[in-house]
Design a protein around this ligand. Structure first.
Ligand SMILES: Nc1ncnc2c1ncn2[C@@H]1O[C@H](COP(=O)(O)OP(=O)(O)OP(=O)(O)O)[C@@H](O)[C@H]1O
Length: 339
């Protein structure tokens, strides 16, 4: 543990990232970055493919040389330190699936203690208690003696997080920790990482393509765009400023600031009035938009749809006629006969 208390666990000082070219100018992806990650903070790095997320993560971790500037963890410039010293400052969880099926969960997590063990790798009482603590944090102590190939992908990811926790570093970095996982496991890993940041007071920096989860879990988002730009802010600030919308703008879908969802852009058909609110209204509107209708609260020339919420039914009102529908599927079929 460091003697000094650093509020900003990670700092970059005039950091420029990119690639040195043999001929011509260097490929500079981002320049003069002065970034910080504070104690207890979960920061999610987001951006489209090829925007430079991996390059930034690798450069921060000291795995790739910066074009300019430096990274400091708890005030220590990491590229000036040796491997053992860096391993006490930051731990990294990479995306690759673990291929070592014949190692136990306990053994893998114990590898996180390598910066503290002797060259023989003998574990002290403190090492053993850290390993137990780390496995308890991710809810896998009961699996300590299982082999890694007996675990699901979500459980393996939790083992790797436990290994990083056992390493006991102020900064934990994770490269796409939710890749290869199903939705419940993706949510679970993000929730776990957020809780760990708060409970352990560590700084956690992760790269992800999961915009939705990052918006819900991150304290701060670092948003990279393809035109060498990095925007930083609370998720809600980046939504309200339109930065998220701009970054992921595409002709086939758009980001809806009101709901935080991506909406596929379908060809617009007629305008339909929707009368009624709430959950049923939300899902009815989704279905109508998917079919290409423009949904409005105003009266239109065509028809209006009334929600009968207590019976979970829909009515199509058109030219004085009313058609009753028992489901959204019915409603969409019914509309085809009117329009
Ligand atoms: N070794 C390299 N030499 C030169 N250019 C590179 C090298 N590696 C990556 N690049 C370029 O740097 C840019 C950023 O790549 P990077 O892999 O950091 O993006 P990313 O945001 O992590 O992408 P993805 O979301 O697809 O993983 C890309 O244009 C890529 O072609």
């Amino acid at each position: 543990m460091s003697q000094n208390y650093f509020k900003d666990i990670l700092e970059t000082d005039g950091l420029s990232i990119g690639y040195k070219q043999r001929r011509g100018e260097d490929l500079c992806l981002l320049s003069d970055l002065n970034l910080t990650v504070r104690r207890g903070e979960l920061v999610c790095l987001l951006g489209p493919n090829g925007s430079g997320k991996s390059t930034l993560m690798r450069t921060i971790a000291g795995l790739q040389a910066p074009l300019k500037g430096r990274t400091l963890v708890e005030g220590v410039p990491i590229r000036e330190r040796n491997f053992g010293e860096i391993a006490r400052l930051l731990s990294i969880v990479l995306t690759e699936r673990l291929q070592v099926g014949n190692l136990s969960v306990y053994h893998i997590v114990s590898l996180g203690r390598h910066p503290y063990t002797s060259w023989m790798g003998r574990l002290s009482d403190k090492d053993e208690s850290m390993i137990k603590w780390a496995l308890e944090q991710v809810g896998l102590w009961k699996y300590a003696n299982k082999f890694i190939n007996q675990l699901s992908d979500g459980e393996r990811q939790r083992v790797m997080i436990a290994k990083a926790l056992a390493q006991d570093t102020p900064l934990i970095m994770l490269d796409e920790p939710t890749a290869h996982l199903d939705l419940p496991n993706r949510v679970e890993i993000m929730r776990l990482l957020r809780n760990l940041a708060k409970e352990t007071d560590k700084a956690i920096l992760l790269s992800t393509h999961e915009l939705d989860l990052a918006l819900q879990a991150a304290d701060i988002i670092w948003l990279m765009s393809k035109n060498n730009d990095l925007k930083i802010g609370a998720p809600e600030d980046l939504v309200l400023s339109g930065s998220i919308e701009d970054t992921f703008k595409n002709k086939s879908f758009s980001f809806d600031r009101k709901t935080g969802n991506f909406i596929m852009n379908y060809q617009k058909k007629q305008k339909i009035q929707l009368v009624g609110n709430d959950v049923m209204g939300f899902w009815t509107q989704r279905a109508l938009s998917r079919e290409g209708y423009q949904v409005t609260r105003e009266k239109t020339d065509y028809c209006s749809i009334h929600l009968i919420e207590d019976r979970m039914e829909w009515e199509i009102h058109s030219n004085g006629e009313v058609t009753n529908c028992k489901s959204i599927q019915d409603l969409l079929l019914g509309l085809n006969t009117y329009l």
